[in-house]
Design a protein around this ligand. Structure first.
Ligand SMILES: [Zn+2]
Length: 445
């Protein structure tokens, strides 16, 4: 397990909660002790002691398993119709390419810092940054990556940085377009970048690394093999994230060029296991979901972005019933609120099935609690930091939930937090992660 050092532990070592959401369920009158390494050392029932930080409900912070920070710059600015009557993901993508033109590493850091603070304010405590805008303005791939590391540290978010391998224009083997030039790295450049970032990670306690072949569109079978060889040599066992089956066009192109559908091809041709994260999987067939479930891969669903881009609707209820690992991601950052992502998972299922309360854990009657727990567990898996939500050995990524209506049970409060936010609000823990990391000086690099 990665050793964590967080600002929370500098400010307070013990928290007392009216109830804490542990893996075994709600623990009432819970005392949580945190060690100097930023990990929870004990969770037990007991009375508050003098000096304890007292909160109402304590829940695990939400991992954000898929994010492109720079896209926050165009959130809300791509809604106007293009005039052709054919606006879709691909026309949005052209606008995204244009937005890259005006950026450099400093601008990226400013955007990312504001975004990451917003994510943290709304309940995300870690972020997986799927970073493919390697060369911006006059900035190098190393500088843009470092900009994201600095922004996450200053915002108090734990960061899984995923440098992206982006090698070609499509499954037909076409070259990158001129406006995709900032994304492209040779395999040699990619390997050097991973080595440099490995050294950077040794100096930043909030940073860990994974790899990200962008998609089957953007990497060939040989590229994927080479990327996995680099992973084995430089970052053995690290998380592997890949966009997959997001677009119907991509599925059709895979049938044409690979002879099968994307997730089926990936599971047959790559060592997919529980360290892999399949981002979107929107158009996965039942058979592909079974394959992903057998491999114990995480599916990361980015509902608000998928809706915004008109991608399609992932049938969450099928994956949920299989017991599949799921994570959520803010992706294009049109929405920064984890509750909204979770709410729309359940709402999509309701709209399809014409029923309510569909996404429930065994023995639970509350979708709010069920969704929060499943997305934390899958999100932690996606980050490569598998651990209980709140339990001994887990990182102290914690949120306080203040409930203004005393008639609500903790489960009622989680339903309110996810679906209405009438009587609940998230409270930042004073002296939180940001305070510890913001003082981490850039000169230390
Ligand atoms: Zn994405």
């Amino acid at each position: 397990m990665t050793a964590f050092k967080s600002g929370i532990v500098d400010a307070m070592n013990t928290i007392h909660a009216r109830a804490a959401l542990t893996d075994a369920g709600w623990l009432e009158s819970a005392t949580i002790c945190i060690g100097d390494d930023g990990l929870i050392t004990s969770v037990a029932r007991g009375q508050a002691a003098p000096g304890d930080r007292q909160v109402d409900l304590l829940v695990p912070g939400m991992p954000n398993a898929h994010c492109h920070a720079f896209q926050r710059d165009i959130a809300g600015l791509t809604e106007a119709a293009g005039g052709s009557g054919a606006d879709n993901f691909w026309t949005w993508r052209e606008r995204m390419f244009q937005a890259v033109q005006g950026l450099d590493a400093r601008a990226l850091q400013r955007t990312a810092l504001e975004l990451y603070r917003g994510l943290r304010d709304r309940g995300y405590t870690s972020v997986a940054e799927f970073h493919y805008v390697h060369r911006l303005g006059g900035s190098s791939a190393e500088e843009t990556a470092e900009a994201l590391v600095q922004a996450a540290g200053a915002a108090g978010l734990r960061l899984l940085l995923l440098p992206v391998l982006y090698r070609r224009g499509g499954l037909d083997g076409s070259s990158l377009l001129a406006r995709q030039a900032a994304f492209g790295l040779s395999l040699e450049q990619y390997g050097r970048l991973l080595e440099k970032l490995r050294a950077v990670a040794g100096r930043h306690p909030h940073l860990s690394l994974g790899i990200a072949p962008h998609s089957l569109r953007a990497v060939s079978a040989d590229d994927l093999t080479e990327a996995l060889n680099l992973r084995h040599a430089i970052l053995p066992g690290c998380p592997v994230h890949i966009h997959i089956s997001e677009q119907q066009d991509e599925v059709e192109a895979a049938r044409l060029h690979l002879g099968t559908t994307p997730i089926a091809w990936l599971c047959d041709n790559a060592p997919v296991d529980r360290s892999w994260v399949l981002v979107h999987a929107t158009h996965a067939s039942d058979q592909e979901l079974l394959m992903a479930r057998e491999r114990e891969a995480v599916i990361c669903i980015c509902t608000t972005t998928e809706a915004n881009l008109g991608d399609g609707s992932f049938e969450i209820e099928r994956w949920w019933q299989m017991g599949g690992s799921l994570a959520i991601g803010s992706d294009s950052n049109v929405c920064l609120d984890p509750s909204e992502e979770l709410r729309w998972l359940e709402y999509q299922a309701r709209l399809r099935r014409q029923r309510r309360a569909l996404l429930l854990e065994a023995g639970s009657m509350h979708p709010g609690t069920s969704l929060w727990r499943r997305a934390v567990a899958g999100g932690r898996q996606a980050m490569g930091w598998e651990s209980p939500g709140i339990g001994a050995g887990a990182p102290a990524e914690l949120l306080a939930v203040t409930v203004s209506d005393s008639s609500l049970s903790p489960d009622d409060a989680m339903d309110d937090l996810v679906f209405a936010q009438r009587a609940t609000r998230l409270e930042q823990l004073a002296g939180g992660l940001g305070a510890g990391w913001a003082s981490d000086p850039r000169s230390a690099d």
